[in-house]
Design a protein around this ligand. Structure first.
Ligand SMILES: Nc1ncnc2c1ncn2[C@@H]1O[C@H](COP(=O)(O)OP(=O)(O)OP(=O)(O)O)[C@@H](O)[C@H]1O
Ligand SMILES: [Zn+2]
Length: 697
């Protein structure tokens, strides 16, 4: 068994031709799994042999020098897929030295001869002064400027203990904040790696499915509707509407056909392309992901903005208070004391730290949250709307009946006919039909190019006759195939709670394929937990037939159902609910869910969801378990509560300290220790990660 673990760094220690020794470090609280690491490293290109010594965290790799080199092996290790992710070496904590130096100054300074104490304290405070000066010229008086003033006053009064204490506390706080932020960012970047690990490639004229990593420059990659293009390259054939928003920010789709260039990370909205791969793998994906993460991480939440506004208002107040305290008492010590107690910095700090720490915790629990504002919106959500297939149900359907209305075709023929045209799609219905066909050993029907109509079905031409496979609406209303002569058969199957596929061939209804999906075992518990977490309404939206939808809603005790929906209907219903003041979390997985995911207050995509769903959503699950939705809601509620509590604590405690300092009750050293101590305490409290709810399987 492989357990998820994270390496925090990989360094090259020693190299000779064909052989390299590397050292790795594990992220905090990850178990060691030397066997898994050995397997992963042994699979890197060009590697012939690999030995892991977990005790000293060392890896010795033997490789073919003509195929790879030490640096490439190290890079390969850093780029292993999540969750066995490796965090790049530059994520090392380099602030530690500064903290140690500053602590040494604080402790050791008293032992030095008096004349040397001044330059030592000044040297320690220099970075702080530099920061303050930069802030002052750029932004005017900020909390850093106040801190600088406080330390300057202490130095001028030859109160070195006060100066050194403040410097140390500030360096420590900064270090804590930095290392938390960096650790979370790196992990999130790794979690955001493209999810689809299989692509279609043309080899010797046939389309085969291969792992994404094995695609090489010069391969012909085939992509269809709803998939993200995995390579940079040039279109060889086909035509498609491609959405390049992820790369260019331009949300209008463009037509791509032969000769046009395409970028990895862009999305095929409709159509099919074969693409000559010019850049593959991490070379292309890395750039796109870095950009994407930066976007989502820098988007500030409401809580963060509120804290920042409050902090900005506080600075001039503290400055005036310090001035007043000096005028009244004529005591510089008191002014320095007040300046020390400025807590605007603490206000700004605790909230982002809490968010990042929550995102990090969620990531490790199988939930990818794209930014603080997503967490905030999830906490606000009071209405949960679920798509059905692949969400509350497993998405793995089973064909139960195949009924033909033409005796020249057997039930197996019907399944194979449908499978021949469904073969290229990842829709749960398509997968089920293809699976059923595999079991029949029947043959593949040659067909012309297949068209996929989102939320309708697929169409092609076999033996000169049009074949359509899809929903009743599609086959009957859009394709004009009369299904009413078989109404009684259809009704009987629907009453058994089955999902039906209609197969029209040459303008007539050739047959029906009935499928059964099963409710996830964790669905009921998820719904129950959501209600406990304060969710008021839970609804079901589906493109499937009403009977099955209502059966499921009754089984799970949902508050409402909308069935037989087109994608735009789903988005419209979300819109209406929005207008009624509901804060909606939409949980979906399909291409057809993307508009609803985008329109909801917060969108949640399932792990096996289509790429577009995972890109559009604010929260993407990393495990195929609906219960992660309840975990995510719980984490969001918890972090907002924590932030509220921290905020009140910061304001309450520090206002008291500030007051006491102004009244001359606290020396600068005492103020510095009290103020910075509470700040660090609050930071550590923000860091506290709630463990994900225990699984009760
Ligand atoms: N690849 C396909 N092959 C055949 N029929 C399809 C295909 N895709 C969609 N359909 C038809 O269109 C209907 C609606 O599809 P859509 O993808 O919107 O919803 P769904 O996946 O069935 O259900 P849900 O909305 O709960 O996920 C399906 O029930 C099916 O009848
Ligand atoms: Zn239609």
């Amino acid at each position: 068994m492989t357990v998820p673990f994270w390496l925090s760094a990989v360094d090259v220690l020693h190299r000779v031709p064909g052989r390299v020794r590397l050292r790795y470090r594990l992220a905090p609280d990850t178990p060691d799994d030397a066997a898994a690491l050995r397997r992963l490293v042994a699979d890197l290109p060009g590697v012939s042999h690999c030995r892991v010594n977990a005790r000293i965290r060392s890896v010795v790799v033997e490789f073919a020098p003509e195929e790879t080199c030490a640096e490439q092996v190290a890079d390969g290790m850093r780029n292993l897929p999540a969750p066995l992710a490796l965090i790049p070496a530059d994520a090392r904590d380099d602030g530690r030295a500064a903290v140690a130096a500053s602590l040494a100054t604080l402790v050791g300074s008293g032992l030095l001869p008096r004349p040397i104490q001044f330059p030592v304290a000044l040297a320690g405070a220099l970075p702080l002064f530099r920061h303050a000066a930069a802030d002052y010229t750029e932004k005017g008086v900020t909390s850093h400027v106040l801190e600088g003033m406080a330390v300057a006053i202490s130095l001028a009064r030859a109160d070195y203990t006060a100066a050194n204490t403040t410097t140390f506390m500030l360096v420590l706080g900064e270090y804590l904040e930095d290392s938390i932020a960096r650790r979370s960012d790196e992990l999130l970047k790794h979690l955001l790696r493209p999810s689809s690990d299989q692509v279609w490639v043309l080899r010797d004229g046939v389309e085969v499915q291969v792992p994404t990593q094995s695609v090489e420059v010069g391969d012909t990659v085939v992509v269809g509707t709803g998939t993200v293009i995995p390579v940079d390259g040039t279109v060889l054939g086909g035509e498609a509407m491609v959405n390049e928003a992820a790369m260019t920010g331009e949300s209008v789709s463009v037509v791509k056909n032969r000769g046009k260039g395409v970028l990895s990370g862009t999305l095929v909205e409709e159509g099919r392309l074969s693409i000559y791969a010019e850049q593959v793998g991490t070379a292309t994906a890395a750039a796109r992901i870095a950009e994407y993460v930066e976007q989502s991480l820098t988007a500030k939440s409401e809580a963060q903005l509120e804290a920042a506004r409050m902090a900005d208002r506080l600075v001039p107040v503290v400055l005036k208070l310090a001035g007043a305290a000096f005028l009244v008492s004529g005591d510089w010590r008191r002014a320095a004391s007040v300046l020390q107690a400025d807590y605007s910095c603490a206000l700004k700090l605790a909230t982002p730290v809490a968010f990042k720490s929550a995102m990090y915790g969620a990531g490790r629990a199988g939930i990818l949250v794209k930014g603080a504002s997503a967490l905030e919106r999830l906490a606000q959500a009071d209405t949960f709307v679920f798509d059905k297939t692949g969400t509350l149900t497993t998405g793995i359907l089973e064909v139960t009946d195949a009924i033909t209305f033409d005796e020249r075709y057997s039930a197996d023929d019907l399944i194979c006919l449908a499978a021949s045209v469904e073969e290229h799609y990842f829709h749960p219905l398509a997968l089920a039909v293809v699976n059923a066909a595999r079991a029949t050993h029947n043959h593949h029907f040659d067909h012309q190019e297949v068209q996929f109509i989102v939320a309708h079905g697929v169409a092609s031409v076999i033996d000169g006759k049009r074949i359509v496979v899809g929903s009743r609406h599609f086959v009957q209303e859009d394709e004009g195939v009369n299904v009413t002569p078989h109404q009684h058969v259809i009704d009987a199957l629907y009453q058994q709670g089955k999902t039906l596929l209609f197969i029209g061939f040459g303008g007539r209804l050739l047959g029906l394929i009935a499928l059964k999906d099963s409710t996830r075992v964790t669905s009921a518990r998820t719904i129950r937990r959501l209600r406990e977490l304060g969710v008021k309404r839970i609804l079901l939206l589906t493109g499937d037939h009403r009977d099955r939808a209502e059966e499921l809603a009754a089984e799970l005790g949902l508050d409402g159902v909308h069935a037989e929906l087109m994608p735009q209907d789903k988005a419209r219903i979300i819109e209406t609910l929005n207008q009624d003041g509901a804060r909606i979390a939409f949980v979906g997985d399909g291409i057809n869910d993307a508009p609803a995911l985008a329109g909801a207050h917060v969108g949640i995509a399932m792990q096996k969801g289509a790429d577009i769903a995972r890109l559009t959503a604010d929260v993407a699950l990393l495990e195929d378990d609906i219960e992660r939705v309840a975990d995510a809601k719980q984490a969001a509620n918890d972090v907002m509560e924590l932030i509220g509590r921290n905020y009140r604590m910061t304001v309450g405690l520090n206002t008291a300290i500030l007051g006491a300092a102004a009244l001359g009750l606290l020396s600068p050293v005492a103020t510095s220790i009290l103020h910075n101590g509470t700040t660090i305490g609050i930071l550590l409290n923000a860091l506290r990660r709630r463990k994900p709810a225990p699984r009760q399987d």
